[in-house]
Design a protein around this ligand. Sequence first.
Ligand code: AMP
Ligand code: MG
Length: 915
Amino acid sequence: MTIADKPNNSKNVESIYPLSPMQQGMLFHTLYTPESRMYFQHLSCTLQGSLQVPAFEQAWQRVVERHPVLRTAFVWEKRSKPLQVVCKSVKLRWTHYDWRSLSSVEQKEHLETFLQVDRTQGFELNQAPLMHFTLIQIAEDTYQFVWSYHHLLIDGWSLPNIVREVFTFYEVISRNDDLYIKTPRPYRDYIAWLQKQDSSKAEAFWREKLAGFIAPTPLCVDRSSANYQPHSSYREQEIYLPESTTAALQSFARQHQLTLNNLVQGAWALLLSRYSRESNVVFGATVSGRPPDLIGVESMVGLFINTLPIRVDIACEAELLPWLKALQVQQVELEQYAHTSLVDVQGWSDVPRGMTMFESIVVFENYPVDESLQQQIANLNVHDIRSLEQTNFPLTVVASPGKQIHLKISYDTSRLDDSAIARMLGHLQMLLTGFVAKPEQYLSDLSLLTEPECDRLLFEWNGKQADYARNFCIHQLFEQQVECNSDADAVTFEDRQLTYGELNARANQLAHYLRSLGVGVDTLVGICLERSLEMVVGILGILKAGGAYVPLDPTYPQDRLSFMLTDSQIRVMLTQKSLLPQLPAHDAKVLCLDSDWQTIALSSSQNPIALSTPENLAYIIYTSGSTGQPKGVAIAHANVTRLFAATDAWFDFSDRDVWTLFHSFAFDFSVWEIWGALIYGGRLVVVPYWVSRSPEAFHELLCQERVTVLNQTPSAFQQLIQVIQTEQNLSRDGNLVLRQVIFGGEALEIQGLRPWFDRHGDELPQLVNMYGITETTVHVTYRPITLADLRENKGSVIGRPIPDLQVYVLDGQQRLLPIGVPGEMYVGGAGLARGYLNRSELTQERFILNPFSNEPQARLYKTGDLARYLSNGDLEYLGRIDNQVKIRGFRIELGEIESALGQHPSVLQTVVLAR
Ligand code: AMP
Ligand code: MG
């Protein structure tokens, strides 16, 4: 199609010339995604008074006659470069509606619908004029006016000129008068100016500015994959800063020779840096793009505006004022290159092609159309001026000056949800308010969080700091069960079992014997046993003696066991005869719970007099260490007893429950398994090692023993599901009487539960995801899993902290991060370990002072896990920030393996990955 086919025939052509880079970009985007109507603009306002419609239409006609760019169409087909064609004359299209019979609510609704429908119609870009007008009468003396036009023609900075001219003409025409205004410079002069610019200077400037910047700064508050919306649509939210803040910002800017634009950009840079935890951020900024050396440029009408990257360093030791000034210098410097096309800039940067350079832009609107109008028209009241535009960036911040600074964020709802944007506006306001509150401050001192958000993060979702029973030792709770349940089965292994009375008696004998060997309060006693009844007797005996057990899993490598023995300086060790030959060298006194039992059994079977208090140690569990050596986590009795008290309401555990000891006793999930059974009077089934490795055999055991509480890593449960789903097993479904299935130890891959939910829906057993860490005593958070979670893919949601724990999501400076922003998880409260055995430096590094607590001794454990709070107070787990991995629930520091490999003389360098 050519211009000649159209009503604008060749005789009607006034001039033809190329497009500016910005126009090229817009044309490309418009043609590439025609359905998006990205650059379809509306200017609307209400006109009140005795509007003379013909005079109003004529006024527009006159303005369009004065500005060639308003009579422009675009041609691109069969051409290497698109061109713009200016028509000598165009016919303006007016549509009139009469909505006087509608209520004002209906009128509002109709208007919204009209604007939407109008937008979807778009324009034929090769047919001038790329605009039309709608005048809607809504009352005797009131009209709603809408000007629809394509952004290719003009930018926002042109609007005040156009609107002023329209009303000037309107006034004289309605008086039957005439008027001469000087002919403005046409847009083509700008194109000519552009063609004379030396692009090599711009290239050098941008290359230097963007060197080393390789990927866009992430917004970080994207919807979770859970509620991802496939279709892009845009929405807006806005706030007005109070007049007092606005005045303070204005005088602050004046006093320090800054502009409001600088302040807004500064606040945005800081916000992005806090959100992304990056100290160097890039966002886009819209510049007027009007070259100062083009005389008369201010009164020109056309598209000059440009969007260019702003790169900002945010060093936390930087002071606010000098930093803002540097930002302003950058701004001024950039003015000279403001005409460079973004496509070129992107090409000169290290950001890969096809990736956008920034996800957000800041637009500072310096063209208050409102004000330019107010002085203009005497007998016509113009209000509600709205200019609607849309960009193709996921997020656009628009700031407009005025008595009250107006901040508006328009955002792609497929990526960002409303609540995230509402909070973001609050953060922006906090930063701007913070600027003026104290100009001499460090950037790191500025706070982002609003008070309600702080309250939520510190108290509402966290702060109960409830105190649950810390007044008993673990074995004392067990002894209470012995008193009322002496004949009930306590533990089963293969075809043997012990009642509560028997288990207690044996553990007492061992405890007395251990005391005779010098075991007392906080004495560490090693225990290296295969799964057996003796293992449970051993653990209980050590606790009753007053000591703390150090589990040594006989399947662990010799070197590791040897390190643990040396590190914990164990003087007494429990084991079994068959393991003696494989124990590493040590000088502990060894007691075999099988072959030495007759000697042990000579001791009293009465409860020994309690020596330990709930604050004494109960166990040391070794976890992988990043520097090559494992570290012992020291846990007190009360940590365990309060864990059950604090979670009691969720599970309703009782003496009717049957539990499995599925996990190695060197993994702290076992602490939950053993005591969940024994302090509630339930039965503990010790799972033989080979059964724990065979999903079929384990399923058999679950049915036979009528297990009700199952604790699993999600990966182990997934294997179990496959077994449960076999035809043969489905037919004996009734034998599986699980009541609770508790996941822990690793991230939950929820889609793996699909076959389970397909069969069971939301019926029993209740599935629960619990996030936890050895250093904070097994569990930290709780979240029941439902069918809806599977549908919405919410596997990474780990719920709320246990009521006597606190979870904070903090940035690198240990400041609270906003809701929705990912950061490192820190855990505080009653579950915290005493620290690492013999590793005071590491303990200080990982267990920091709790800055949010009034108690001077309160600490937080630095987890190394990445998470964020969701709007409803649930935590979402997002992975690790370091090199720790989980393999089938085993916690492994890749650094430990690297350093072990590195010890081999012929290995120079190592990198270990989990595949
Ligand atoms: P451990 O000390 O062996 O219990 O390992 C603790 C680590 O396991 C945590 O720091 C997490 O990285 C991971 N983890 C434990 N439970 C969960 C869970 N429910 N979801 C995601 N990761 C988990
Ligand atoms: Mg754990």
